[in-house]
Design a binder for this molecule. Structure first.
Ligand SMILES: Nc1ncnc2c1ncn2[C@@H]1O[C@H](COP(=O)(O)OP(=O)(O)OP(=O)(O)O)[C@@H](O)[C@H]1O
Ligand SMILES: [Mg+2]
Length: 283
């Protein structure tokens, strides 16, 4: 049996103490298998970022345990080394180092992990290509668009080939087109490299490119929806195809493309798929 990549048991995180203490996580149990792509959703303040911080060993739980890639995070001897080796982070505000080029930003986390300068450089160049920025290695962050910067951040998160990528609202600061591209990029990486990815988001479309949607409320997981039915998957793909989007969008299809009944049936189906995936119009 494959072992899970993430396991948390009765995870509790309280910020502060006494009557002013905030219980950000309230007995959260989670298992994620290697290779899963998971969307984490829920209202502001429900504990999503707190959860990611604990999974990435950026912070410690008040109670409970976190296991990632077979390690109990409370017993890590070298937290920095664990983070560098095992976890790649992508945040909403793509915190690149402003004075370093795209290539150097991707290279930075490899310090101490990949010994030769030349090896680091080659790997960084390869990763920039993977995210579609092979032609801009020398650009400074200020010379790139928001979407391009976020691509660099994704490339950087892959620097040390981590087992786990934690993305906290990676599309939050982007327009909808660039946001969709970043999501697609993460989904592609999940498929092509088998990376396990957790994406925190308010964006409904994120959930549409993932196989599993966790919904949190008040520091707990209140629903864990797995999409496993192949027919449902196909329909979802249809729903988010150009055809599906035209059908569901305000403009509709070009006249005469489908008969009125066909169009109505298809639209009904696609709306149902959306509902089955637990999507509500507004978070
Ligand atoms: N460093 C901190 N000190 C005190 N309280 C905190 C701290 N960080 C988070 N909190 C509180 O913990 C709760 C969960 O916060 P968290 O940032 O995990 O929410 P979130 O789900 O990521 O929200 P958002 O969608 O707005 O990013 C909130 O009530 C928040 O105010
Ligand atoms: Mg947050």
């Amino acid at each position: 049996m494959t072992e899970e990549l993430i396991r948390t048991t009765n995870l509790v995180k309280v910020y502060g103490s006494g009557e002013h203490g905030v219980r950000a996580l309230d007995g959260l149990n989670l298992k994620v298998m290697p290779g899963e792509l998971v969307a984490v959703m829920g209202p502001s303040g429900c504990g999503k970022s707190t959860l990611l911080n604990l999974l990435g060993a950026l912070d410690q739980p008040t109670e409970g345990e976190v296991w990632v890639a077979g390690e109990n995070l409370a017993r890590l001897r070298d937290v920095d080394a664990f983070r560098a080796r095992t976890v790649g982070f992508v945040f909403q505000l793509h915190n690149l180092l402003p004075t370093l080029t795209a290539l150097e930003n991707v290279e930075a986390p490899m310090q101490g992990q990949v010994s030769s300068q030349r090896g680091r450089r080659e790997r960084a160049a390869h990763l920039l290509e993977t995210v579609g920025l092979g032609d801009r290695p020398g650009a400074l962050p200020s010379q790139l668009s928001g979407g391009q910067r976020q691509r660099v951040a994704v490339a950087r998160s892959l620097a040390n080939d981590p087992a786990l990528i934690l993305a906290d609202e990676p599309t939050g600061s982007l327009d909808s087109q660039s946001g969709a591209e970043i999501l697609q990029l993460l989904a592609d990486l999940n498929r092509s490299q088998g990376a396990t990815i957790l994406i925190v988001t308010h964006d409904r479309r994120v959930a549409q490119t993932t196989q599993r949607i966790l919904r949190m409320h008040d520091g707990r997981i209140v629903s864990d929806h797995q999409l496993t039915d192949p027919l449902e998957e196909d329909l979802r793909m249809l729903a988010y195809s150009k055809l599906g989007q035209a059908l569901l969008g305000d403009d509709g299809l070009q006249p005469g493309y489908l008969s009125r009944e066909e169009e109505a049936t298809l639209r009904r189906l696609l709306v149902k798929v959306g509902e089955a995936a637990g999507q509500t119009p507004k978070e």
